[in-house]
Ligand binder design. Structure first.
Ligand SMILES: Nc1ncnc2c1ncn2[C@@H]1O[C@H](COP(=O)(O)OP(=O)(O)OP(=O)(O)O)[C@@H](O)[C@H]1O
Ligand SMILES: [Mg+2]
Length: 254
């Protein structure tokens, strides 16, 4: 097959032109970055696992009528998605204090928050993705007030659903980041969930031991990074039970 035209290479994924207008192919790399790309590395097999995990979670979300960009997985590292106009905001939901909220506000990591907190960050690497308020988002036209209503509503539903889904497999959903985009279909605009949901942009702790099962293992040099991502996939039922033994090569993932 002729190689697809590359449209964008990000830190963790590459976007290619899709087979039909309005579609893209999202390719998941093993590259990992942290602290706004100051720390770089690779996590062997991460792209394969994130492709599967994001497919699984987006499919489950579609089943509860959360609109997503996901169409179908094409192969080990690629999925077909609907092209959207990305809203340049990272939406972060926090259930338990960890990472920047713990640092900035001096809240001990692991503190259960009295209620889930939604934060927004302006997607701009050269500004270091600064935190912004809804006021900034609407004032600067990054999203309209109706877009924001959709985003908040979808985000809270996604949080409730994923919290329960992960708890059912012995994982605490501490926090996560979402991206949304605008999709124009039949003269109508809809806000849909885009990008990915994976251990790259969620904090996932073992519900019993609080052991970290996400990208914090990379950020904090905790080791056993591949194993942690595999364990998340295994618990979600995506990998066969003997997942870690079979994961020598990505061939076994198909
Ligand atoms: N359905 C979609 N249509 C168009 N763009 C998308 C879609 N889903 C995700 N994207 C964008 O594709 C890119 C995915 O690549 P990656 O996650 O590697 O980027 P990144 O290095 O994190 O950069 P960025 O700061 O732009 O997110 C992101 O810019 C993301 O916003
Ligand atoms: Mg990204």
């Amino acid at each position: 097959m002729a190689r697809r035209r590359q449209l964008y290479e990000g830190k963790a994924k590459i976007l290619f032109e899709g087979p039909e207008p309005g579609t893209l192919v999202q390719y998941f790399k093993d590259d990992a970055t942290a602290f706004n790309a100051q720390k770089k590395g690779t996590i062997t097999g991460k792209g394969v696992l994130n492709n599967r995990i994001s497919e699984f979670l987006m499919t489950k979300l579609a089943e509860i009528n959360v609109p997503t960009h996901f169409i179908r997985r094409l192969n080990m590292r690629e999925q077909l998605i609907k092209e959207v106009e990305i809203i340049p905001i990272e939406v972060v939901v926090r259930n338990i204090a960890a990472g920047s909220i713990a640092q900035r506000l001096g809240i001990p990591e692991g503190t259960r928050l009295p209620r889930s907190i939604v934060e927004y960050y302006y997607k701009n690497d050269s500004l270091n993705d600064p935190m912004v308020a809804e006021e900034h988002i609407t004032a600067f036209g990054w999203a309209t007030p109706p877009d924001m209503d959709d985003i908040v509503h979808l985000t809270l539903r996604i949080n409730d659903f994923l919290t329960g889904l992960f708890l059912g497999v012995g994982i605490t959903l501490v926090d996560f980041k979402l991206e949304f985009g605008r999709l124009y279909e039949n003269d109508e605009m809809r806000v849909v969930l885009a990008d990915e949901i994976s251990p790259d942009n969620c904090r996932l702790w073992d519900a019993k031991t609080n052991e970290k099962m996400d990208k914090d293992r990379f950020r904090r040099d905790l080791g056993k990074i591949e194993e942690a991502y595999q364990e998340v996939a295994r618990r979600l039922g995506i990998l066969p039970e003997a997942g870690s033994r079979d994961m020598k090569g990505p061939e076994t993932m198909q």
